[in-house]
Design a protein around this ligand. Structure first.
Ligand code: HEM
Ligand code: HEM
Length: 128
């Protein structure tokens, strides 16, 4: 999760720099866009990995899912990440998709906060 948040932070910074450069008409630093994109797909992999670990671990422990709001939080975060990554592939073709990309990423901040908070709450159950 720490790595996902780090990836999110890098994406936020590189995305903002791309945004400023585009709006001020400055030439782009050539490596910035690939860095943003690669970090993006790394974050997608990390979040999917956490989803699989969460589901497999919970099934192994209880034999069923849905013991807390963490399940809904987890799926919301994954859905937003996939929406963000999916929309990013269309930005070069239709520019209005950019606002969807940026919007989902702001929502993702809330999604990550929620999944971390609810994840921390379920961890408390296992502590003595
Ligand atoms: C989910 C993984 C992600 C992928 C695959 C991805 C990919 C992309 C791509 C391909 C673009 C278009 C760049 C261009 O205009 O040439 C873009 C733009 C942008 N991304 Fe992401 N991104 C991801 C996540 C994020 C996140 C988490 C944030 C913010 C926290 C973010 C912020 C931005 C911003 C602000 C832009 C606009 C840049 C501009 O206006 O030119 N992205 N992203
Ligand atoms: C994007 C990040 C994450 C995703 C997608 C995710 C997803 C999931 C899912 C789907 C479950 C099964 C929940 C259920 O059926 O009730 C689960 C379980 C669990 N997750 Fe996560 N999780 C994430 C992050 C975290 C974090 C940051 C923590 C700890 C701080 C955490 C701790 C746990 C624990 C302890 C369980 C066992 C649930 C229980 O005993 O009720 N998860 N996770």
């Amino acid at each position: 999760m720490g790595l996902s948040l780090l990836a999110y932070l890098i994406l936020g910074i590189t995305g903002s720099v791309l945004f400023v450069q585009r709006n001020s008409g400055q030439p782009r630093v050539s490596w910035l866009q690939p860095l943003h994109q690669i970090t993006g797909w790394v974050m997608v992999s990390l979040v999917l990995l956490l989803l699989v670990i969460g589901i497999v671990g919970t099934l192994g422990h209880y034999g069923s899912l849905g013991h807390s709001g963490h399940l809904v939080a987890g799926f919301s975060a994954v859905a937003l990440v996939l929406l963000s990554a999916g929309s990013s592939t269309q930005i070069s073709k239709q520019s209005w998709v950019r606002s969807i990309h940026i919007g989902t990423n702001i929502a993702l901040l809330l999604g990550f906060t929620w999944v971390s908070f609810s994840g921390w709450q379920v961890v408390q159950k296992y502590l003595p």
